[in-house]
Design a protein around this ligand. Structure first.
Ligand code: HEM
Length: 433
């Protein structure tokens, strides 16, 4: 199975060093632009020539071992930068904005218990039903805008039926998650309008979850039945006295589930589908086994390795730390600086991942960093796993799914990150513009 678009244009470091000497702010602009458009070849050059890439604005960490070191040292490389934005939206702390606190430990444990890996089969079935209904409805057009026609409705449907957080309607819930996640993770310039929109959306989301909690409690005290979902499970859970999981904490954690899911799952679906459709031979192999999810899913995970949705995970360095100590690339990261750990690069580090440019199905799970790693590793991984893979499978099982040439087929993204449109050919071929 062959490699696709692994061409290295090279020369980034020369251009960067020259810009830095001449006009530092333009050097920063160059790196930001390359990370958006040329990340694959930029990372290849950095891994080879400057694996810990220190700039005046941030440090980019590109090798597998070093990315793992950053993500596993939560007291040195913290998520403190996420805290204020998420706190402002939710009105209280959430696990992804805190490191190594008792609250983080306790609530991640509780939510892991509720998001049981054993639910995977039911969630897959739910996803399959949602996907087929949407795909049946889409059939006549000859084209499918997959983000709003398939990926987001599925994520929002899973929120409603599995998490038990439907929002007043899917559209409103989707508007809330976009506003909060965009400000929390992509508003690098601190745009006050994005911040205000997030605070407003957060208050509405929290209010909605609070109302549902009150409804559930009222139903229980009237002797009624709760639905079969994660929220109801949490409401029915009897926790040890003094465990400090108050109703306020229940509300924040339930509000956190759609935030973790509704933007990232469609993001990952876009990447996986695009990577598979770019490789006709791999796609043909995947479709030959598509009746069996167990054999099909590894194609989705390998596709996602080639383009993970979260290419960089930001951290704040809390104290001076020698990264990659004892190796030739050992570098002191000074306290107070930003560090961008790059899973998208680490998963192509041939010191750990053999033949990284090859599409291979035999890679071990610990080479996959697209759900993070270490202290903040994804809470929803078991759910996300089946929702992503089953959505991709149901889509590709339909005849004639294909990429369209730009501009029609270009992925449109808000803030360069969150997909808003991904139009695919669908059904019998026609003239695609
Ligand atoms: C059921 C759906 C999901 C839920 C409920 C969820 C929730 C979460 C939460 C709460 C965290 C923070 C955990 C902590 O701070 O300890 C997290 C981390 C993470 N999630 Fe998910 N998530 C979901 C789906 C996804 C998807 C689809 C992706 C992308 C493929 C993803 C990628 C990540 C990554 C990369 C991190 C680590 C962030 C970091 O270290 O900075 N998640 N997730």
């Amino acid at each position: 199975m062959g490699a696709v678009d692994q061409a290295t244009t090279g020369g980034y470091l020369e251009r960067y060093d020259e810009a830095l000497a001449r006009d530092p702010i333009s050097a920063f602009g160059l790196v930001r632009e390359w990370m958006r458009t040329d990340w694959r070849s930029l990372f290849a050059e950095l891994r080879e020539r400057r694996p810990v890439f220190v700039t005046p604005a941030f440090t980019v960490v590109t090798r597998f071992a070093d990315v793992a070191e950053v993500l596993s040292h939560e007291r040195v490389f913290s998520v403190r930068a996420f805290g204020p934005r998420l706190d402002a939206a939710l009105g209280a702390p959430f696990m992804l904005g805190r490191d190594a606190t008792p609250m983080n430990w306790r609530e991640k444990g509780l939510m892991r218990l509720l998001l049981a890996p054993e639910d995977a089969a039911d969630v897959r079935e739910l996803t399959g039903r949602l996907a087929d209904d949407l795909l049946d409805a889409a059939r006549p057009g000859g084209r499918l805008e997959a983000v709003h026609g398939l990926f987001r409705p599925i994520a929002l449907g899973v929120c409603a039926r599995y998490f038990g957080v439907p929002g007043p309607d899917p559209r409103t819930l989707g508007r809330w998650t976009r506003a909060i996640v965009a400000d929390g993770f992509a508003n690098f310039a601190g745009d006050p309008e994005l911040q205000a929109a997030s605070v407003k959306a957060g208050a509405e989301l929290v209010g909605h979850v609070r109302d549902r909690l009150a409804e559930h409690r009222a139903t229980l005290s009237a002797g009624g039945e709760l639905p079969d979902d994660v929220f109801a499970r949490l409401v029915r859970t009897c926790l040890p006295a003094g465990s400090a999981v108050t109703d306020d904490r229940i509300v924040v954690n339930m509000a956190g589930l759609p935030l973790g899911f509704v933007e990232s799952a469609p993001g990952a679906m876009v990447e996986a589908v695009e990577q598979l459709l770019l490789r006709p031979r791999v796609l043909a192999e995947a479709m030959a086994v598509a009746a069996d999810p167990g054999r099909f899913d590894p194609y989705v995970w390998e596709a996602l390795r080639f383009s993970p949705f979260f290419k960089l995970l930001p951290r704040l360095c809390e104290r001076d730390h020698v990264l990659a100590a004892g190796t030739p690339r050992a570098t002191t990261i000074p306290a107070g600086t930003f560090v961008l750990a790059a899973p998208a690069s680490a998963m192509f580090d041939d010191a750990v991942v053999p033949e990284p440019g090859e599409f291979r199905l035999d890679r071990p799970g610990h080479h996959r960093l697209f759900f993070g790693s270490g202290h903040h590793a994804c809470l929803g991984v078991h759910v996300a796993d089946v929702v992503i893979a089953e959505t991709v499978r149901r889509l590709l099982l339909r005849p004639g799914v294909r990429l369209l040439p730009p501009p029609a087929g270009r992925v449109e993204r808000t803030l360069g990150i969150f997909p808003d449109a991904f139009t695919l050919g669908f059904g019998p071929e026609r003239k695609d513009g």
